[in-house]
Design a protein around this ligand. Structure first.
Ligand code: 3PG
Length: 306
């Protein structure tokens, strides 16, 4: 089978080599499309492939239609909001992700971001420490649990909420369960967001939640920009000069936020949560193994469009 590795944001070379090694050892062929400029290049590259490995690359109905032999798409990572699941299903294409494989990298970035903003973005201004503060984790999945464990090790008190977990499960993961989202926001110095972008979550974090945070609080977003109501965020930062926002996913109004609220907002220039060699290797190799396994045995354990 021909497997296309299509990554606008390339994996580390070692990950690419490892992916190729797994695929070739299983009798497959790998084509590489890195740092492509536009969709046209992707549409051309998918024409004769049976499988695609992607990161945040968009695989929509047009891409799927351009790949008549396509059988499987694996998103080497957690969030699959960049894939049209319905179009894939209609075309008989299996979509998978590689849950947990890049979580540690994202969790480390969330912690780093909290320290960075608490220290005035490394300016000489007097900052504050995260030890002794309370962090609220919104969604206690693979990344959320790792953030909680690291925060605890740094002396923070950890609270969490997750609609898919019981209070006992959250407790077992080392956090104090919180029943209502508003309670999480109003009771934590930091809230770290780890929800996926879905029709239910898009725009769900806005003025009301953000302004319910206590004095001096910080909202940390290493999830997706779409989950924030950007107008609500801007108004919250305007009305509450003590609040801060740090994110791995620049909001559309970022330049204005920067001008209006210097040192209280920061966004990475490019999404970099999962951009470590380790995460690239873990997620990339898992994707290659899942594809090889799917073609060999039909294993659909990680399918997300059943
Ligand atoms: C994910 O959903 O796995 C992360 O957001 C990483 O995305 P990336 O592979 O585009 O860096």
């Amino acid at each position: 089978m021909k497997v296309l590795l299509a990554t606008q944001k390339p994996f580390a070379a070692k990950a690419v080599d490892g992916i190729k090694e797994i695929l070739v050892s299983q009798g497959h062929e790998m084509a590489l499309l890195e740092k492509y400029e536009g969709k046209e290049q992707l549409l051309e590259a998918v024409k004769d492939v049976q499988a695609i490995i992607i990161r945040s690359d968009k695989v929509d109905a047009e891409v799927i239609a351009a790949a008549p032999q396509l059988k499987i798409v694996v998103r080497a990572g957690a969030g699959y909001d960049n894939v049209d699941l319905q179009a894939a299903k209609q075309a008989g294409v299996v979509v998978m992700n590689t849950p947990g494989q890049n979580s540690n990298a994202v969790a480390e970035l969330a912690i780093a971001m909290m320290i960075y903003i608490s220290r005035g973005q490394f300016t000489p201004a007097t900052g504050s420490e995260i030890s002794g503060k309370t962090i609220g984790i919104q969604a206690f999945g693979n990344v959320g649990r790792l953030v909680g464990a690291k925060a605890k090790a740094l002396g923070m008190k950890v609270k969490a909420i997750d609609p898919f977990l019981s209070a006992e499960q959250i407790e077992a993961g080392g956090a104090e369960p919180v029943a209502e989202l508003k309670e999480l926001y109003s009771g934590c110095d930091f809230v770290s967001v780890h929800i996926p972008a879905t029709p239910q979550t898009i725009g769900s974090i806005g003025y009301e939640l953000i302004t319910s945070m206590p004095k001096g609080a910080t909202l940390v977003n290493t999830a997706r920009k779409e989950v924030i109501d950007e107008a609500g965020l801007e108004k919250a930062l305007e009305d509450r000069p003590d609040l801060k926002y740090i994110t791995d996913v620049a909001p559309d109004n970022y330049q204005r936020l920067l001008e209006r609220f210097p040192l209280r907002v920061f966004a990475t220039p490019k999404k970099m949560g999962a951009q470590t060699a380790e995460a690239n290797i873990n997620a990339g190799l898992a994707a290659a193994r899942q594809i090889a396994d799917y073609f060999a045995t039909g294993n659909t354990k990680f399918q997300v469009n059943k």
